[in-house]
Design a protein around this ligand. Structure first.
Ligand code: CP
Length: 320
């Protein structure tokens, strides 16, 4: 088969449903590696990956590092206040310095939207966006899609284009939405965004969702997947709702709302969770509904797949 037709994973604007399925199916093949006693293959031996994290991360950073180690890539962890950026070095000079080491791929998280694209434009190496400002988070969208695929399509027997997905919460500040809504739409899902008016963008249609509402209780009975977003306290300006308690009452996925949900509806969250705000522990830890820890595990699988395919691997040549 031909190689993967993309240099970078920054957004899904030029990705097709076939490209996304290839990423998901390659991730599934790497699941077998992750379930061995020795969880390591030589697949990316000799490749060098820089993880440039200029903003805090637990899940994304640790799962990229684990993915790189399990593929035998050499990785350099770099970023934040320990770099010469604090002495005034520009982003472009920093990237050109790293590229002088003959690296192959940069994984970047930054608080400024557009940094991954800028690095792709100036560097000549592959770039994966690990979250940029309020803009994009494509590997989060891939791990979400992988988890939904396994739960609702593979195990549940549904087709992607029959799935109704509701994304609830801080739509306006969410880079998860920026990638997840386009990815769900490419796969044919029906998408509803649900938020208080103060956390809904002025033009929700621009996000690509099929509809927008502020009535969670009316929307819940229709949904196969209930995707709860984190309240991004670090990005909130002013006071978009009177209190976290009121937000939880109106927009939180609480035990009381369990009765409104389809019996087979599942619950997703990108993490980190604000327990008692966007969802309570009953829902976060629900043995049948919550697939939040499946999402965490899928983070390693889809990041292995993205690294492998961008660095020239072919799914049918996978020697895992
Ligand atoms: N979901 C997510 O991006 O989590 P981290 O910020 O911990 O990486």
């Amino acid at each position: 088969m031909a190689g993967f037709p993309h240099e970078h994973l920054i957004d899904f604007s030029d990705y097709s449903a076939d490209d996304i399925m290839l990423l998901l199916e390659t991730a599934y093949k790497f699941k077998e590696v992750n379930e061995r006693r020795i969880k390591k293959v030589p697949t990316l031996k000799g490749f060098t990956v820089v993880n440039m994290f200029n903003e805090p991360s637990t899940r994304t950073r640790s799962s990229f590092e684990i993915a790189e180690k399990r593929l035998s890539a050499d990785s350099l962890n770099f970023g934040g206040s320990s770099t010469s950026t604090v002495k005034g070095e520009s982003l472009v000079d920093t990237v050109e310095t790293l590229c002088a080491y003959k690296i192959d791929l940069i994984v970047v998280r930054d608080k400024h939207a557009g940094v991954p694209r800028k690095i792709a434009d100036v560097s000549g190496v592959h770039v994966i966006d690990a979250g940029d400002g309020k803009h994009q988070h494509p590997t989060q969208a891939l791990l979400d899609l992988y988890s939904i695929w396994q739960e609702k399509v593979v195990a549940g027997g549904m087709a992607f284009d029959k799935l109704k997905v509701g994304i609830v919460g801080d739509i306006g500040h969410s880079r998860v939405c920026g990638s997840l809504i386009p990815a769900l739409k490419i796969m044919g899902c029906d998408v509803t965004v649900i938020a208080p008016p103060t956390l809904m963008p002025a033009r929700p249609d621009v996000l690509g969702a099929d509809r927008a509402t502020s009535d969670l209780d009316a929307a819940l009975p229709e949904l196969d997947v209930v995707y709860m977003l984190r309240i991004q306290r670090e990005r909130l300006e002013g006071a978009p709702f009177p209190s976290l308690r009121e937000y939880n009452q109106l927009f939180g996925l609480t035990q009381e709302r369990d009765a409104l949900m389809r019996p087979d509806a599942c619950v997703c969250h990108p993490g980190p969770i604000n327990r008692g705000v966007e969802l309570d522990s009953f829902m976060a830890d629900h043995p049948k509904r919550s697939i939040i820890l499946d999402q965490v595990y899928a983070g390693v699988l889809v990041r292995m797949a993205a690294l492998y395919l961008l660095l020239g691997g072919a799914s049918d040549g996978l020697d895992a």
